[in-house]
Design a protein around this ligand. Sequence first.
Ligand SMILES: Nc1ncnc2c1ncn2[C@@H]1O[C@H](COP(=O)(O)OP(=O)(O)OP(=O)(O)O)[C@@H](O)[C@H]1O
Ligand SMILES: [Mg+2]
Length: 297
Amino acid sequence: MAAQPSPLRVVSARPAAAAPLLQVDGVSLEYRTRERVVRATHQVSFDVHAADRFVLLGPSGCGKSTLLKAVAGFVPPCEGEIRLEGVPVSAPGPDRIVVFQEFDQLPPWKTVRQNVMFPLVRSRGMSRREASACALHFLDKVGLANFADAYPHTLSGGMKQRVAIARALAMRPKVLLMDEPFAALDALTRRRMQEELLALWNDAAFTLLFVTHSIEEALVVGSRILLLSPHPAAVAASGARARRTQQPPVRPGQPGRGGVPGYRATHPSSAVRRAAARGAVAGTHRAGTLSPCQDRP
Ligand SMILES: Nc1ncnc2c1ncn2[C@@H]1O[C@H](COP(=O)(O)OP(=O)(O)OP(=O)(O)O)[C@@H](O)[C@H]1O
Ligand SMILES: [Mg+2]
């Protein structure tokens, strides 16, 4: 008799043997002030693979931003190691670009186009002509080609975030790092920006490491979710919540299917919800499911 398929499936489109693009291996991070030492994360480990939309989900103050800054190379681990394509991360680099929550990430004296061009000329060594064409291409992708010559103060918060995303994507980073990029937007704009981000990902299939404290946002944006415990952050649980369907990619303006354009939720999303609702009970990670942890200190 043919074997029955397991109700719990590992939901991953990538070959099992593919090496991770980014490895965070037992990383502890601390801030040292004159008075005290604040431990922001405790022995956090996870792997991010090419084209993952990997979400770090955790309560406010648990250390998500610090972890992202460490991946960006701004904060050195006091324990463990972060590796990008097997090479230890020791400093910031153009292969890891961060989009922050704040709307004032754009130098106000430069136009939108000049903002996107600047790192292309400085870090990627493009000529001004090449950089201008590349900037326009990515501004078009985020729907802002008509605002190329506008100054940031004339844009809304959502538009400024789109420029920051265009600037980051134009750099073609190995990993795009986003720290609550839509948190300061109203609910409707936030939702639209999430869907636009998914549409951009459908187009370019970049690798995304995305920080949020919103369970809803994690479920919309993430293909894999790592749940962090309250401060100091340790891995609480994780799961792959969605897999690509065979349907064609959704374009901006097209309605999504089943809530997330081009994706079908699988049961781990409810497991992530339950784990988060329990207050991030300690757990280890396993693709497609969540399990109680036996080995956390
Ligand atoms: N520059 C700093 N000096 C000292 N402690 C800091 C510093 N920055 C952050 N911390 C502390 O490190 C811990 C983690 O902060 P972090 O900003 O990473 O949290 P977070 O998860 O991003 O929170 P939020 O969701 O509110 O942005 C907090 O206890 C915070 O007080
Ligand atoms: Mg933060």
